[in-house]
Ligand binder design. Structure first.
Ligand code: TXE
Length: 491
């Protein structure tokens, strides 16, 4: 059984190490606002230490590339290690879920699903390590041309606080499978589960330096990682503004970047839709993880003839939702931090001032501690497409409902934000399903379901301010490799 120690160190070369400064940051329990542990406040010098550890694991000490203990490992053996790690995560699933729930505030059941998804990522990528092929290319007479998929080397991963285990799994799982050594900077608001997961990697047998974790602040450890010249690829999940800063820092040494920057994802409900099937999915898509989900379905666009009916059905479900401490495993837990709570309340105050219709609201249970960061889920109706609530990511349990008259208007509203991550279509009309799947500006489109980004096998990522590059599935493996073309002239 994993225990929650009071002091968490960084994780470098398979060892817990204190930050060079000796500084720590408080770990806050969102359910009551109390500090229950301290984490290391890593800085630039710690990032440098972690990058050098990763380089040794990948390169070794000599001049030959990829000659370190990790870099020279056979693909099949990388897969076996990932598989062993997946099994250890599975065996420790309950303990990891409890840590994640306490650290992020999410309901225990949702944290359990995250731990399961993490193990599943490693299982998927474990099976892929020895199936990542190059090609032979027909070329001129007397030549043989082939392509090699080679790991970048050392990859950096900046992970947010909303789904630490899942986002770590999708990015680090694919990077390690492709043969890279990793340096990870978790979010200051939620990092404990990842330190435990790293410890399990050492137990599984990963060589020192293959996986390193530097906790700390975004502007310190995160910025240092993005700009470190020893990093060969950066994956970032977070806000568009920070994503821009990360890409700019990486550009100083021409380092490729994958950015996943959230969204304002719409679900389009047509009058012919199976409403009974749609309703629970529409609600879950914004309530899951208290709306702090990059792919949250935060806008629902409803065809005029069924607008009032759908609104009433949604309102009934919203009114029944209950919010409380993660350990109670209700529909929603608290938001991750006071800052996030304030952000959501600012959006709602503005909606109120603009006289938008608050159609329904859930309940925070009476026994929820006063110091916790609770926010009842809210359904706001008649939201004009240009309103801030329909344009910007709230990252909280707030669903904006807007009516539309016809298909063309629905597409125009759906595509009318700077984001483009996920979209959902609810209709029985097969031609419309395909037409809209093509017309909607998004990296993933779901028809008569909404994956909320789920599905380890499904490539995921955005367009516009939702970012670029793809994670998950086999696509992620391509992103974590660099393609080399070898042309042999043999006559
Ligand atoms: O994000 P940041 P914040 C969105 C969501 C949320 C808003 C603000 O709308 O309300 O962003 O959240 C690290 N260089 N998303 O402030 O700043 C930071 O330590 C390098 C959507 O938490 O983007 C953390 O690890 N790294 C999203 C990570 O970046 C830096 C998930 C995310 O923090 C850095 C989270 C810097 N200069 C928030 N500054 C999604 N796409 O799912 C911060 N970081």
């Amino acid at each position: 059984m994993l225990q929650v120690p009071e002091r968490y160190a960084l994780f470098i070369d398979n060892e817990p190490v204190a930050p060079l400064s000796g500084d720590t940051l408080p770990v806050v329990d969102p359910s009551d606002g109390s500090t229950f542990a301290q984490m290391g406040r890593g800085g630039g010098a710690d990032v440098d230490r972690a990058v050098r550890a990763a380089r040794r694991a990948f390169d070794g000490s000599g001049t030959e590339p990829a000659a370190g203990p990790w870099g020279r490992l056979d693909a099949v053996d990388r897969g076996r290690l990932l598989r062993r790690w997946a099994d250890l995560i599975d065996a420790n699933r309950e303990a990891l879920a409890r840590i994640e729930s306490r650290d992020t505030g999410k309901p225990l059941g949702q944290a359990r699903a995250d731990a399961q998804a993490l193990a599943r990522y490693f299982e998927f990528y474990a099976g892929a390590t020895d199936k990542l092929h190059g090609q032979t290319i027909p070329y001129r007479h007397g030549y043989t041309v082939l392509t090699l998929r080679e790991p970048h080397g050392v990859t950096g991963h900046i992970v947010p606080w909303n789904y630490p285990m899942q986002i770590f799994g999708r990015s680090v799982g694919a990077a390690l499978a492709a043969g890279n050594a990793c340096v990870v900077k978790p979010a200051e608001d939620a990092c404990l589960s990842l330190l435990e997961v790293a410890r399990l990697a050492a137990e599984a047998g990963f060589p020192p330096g293959a996986l390193n974790i530097v906790t700390g602040l975004g502007g310190e450890a995160g910025q240092a990682l993005a700009g470190h010249p020893g990093i060969d690829h950066i994956s970032f999940t977070g806000s568009p503004d920070t994503g821009r800063r990360v890409a700019q820092a990486a550009a100083t040494h021409h380092c490729p970047v994958t950015l996943e920057l959230g969204g304002k994802s719409p679900q389009l409900v047509f009058a012919d839709a199976d409403l009974e099937a749609a309703l629970p999915v529409l609600v879950n898509a914004i309530v899951q993880n208290a709306g702090q989900t990059c792919s949250a379905g935060s806008r629902v666009l409803i065809e005029a003839p069924v607008y009032r009916r759908v609104l009433e059905m949604l309102a009934g479900r919203f009114a029944a939702l209950r919010v409380g401490p993660g350990r109670d495993d209700l529909d929603l837990g608290p938001l991750v931090s006071q800052r996030q709570q304030q952000r959501v309340q600012d959006f709602l105050s503005q909606a109120h001032a603009d006289r938008l219709e608050f159609a329904a609201q859930g309940t925070v249970v009476e026994h929820a501690p006063a110091g916790g960061f609770y926010q009842a889920p809210v359904l706001v109706a008649g939201v004009p497409p240009a309103h801030r609530l329909a344009q910007e990511e709230v990252f909280g349990p707030v669903l904006a409902a807007t009516p539309f008259d016809d298909e063309a208007q629905a597409v125009a509203i759906a595509n009318g934000t700077r984001y483009g991550l996920v979209a959902g279509i609810w209709t029985r009309d097969g031609a419309r399903q395909l037409r809209l799947a093509r017309q909607l500006r998004a990296g993933q489109v779901f028809v008569n379901n909404y994956g909320a980004g789920g599905g380890v096998e499904l490539p995921f990522g955005g367009v516009g301010s939702s970012g670029y590059g793809r994670e998950k599935g086999f696509e992620a493996l391509y992103a974590f490799t660099s393609l080399k073309t070898v042309a042999l002239r043999h006559g």
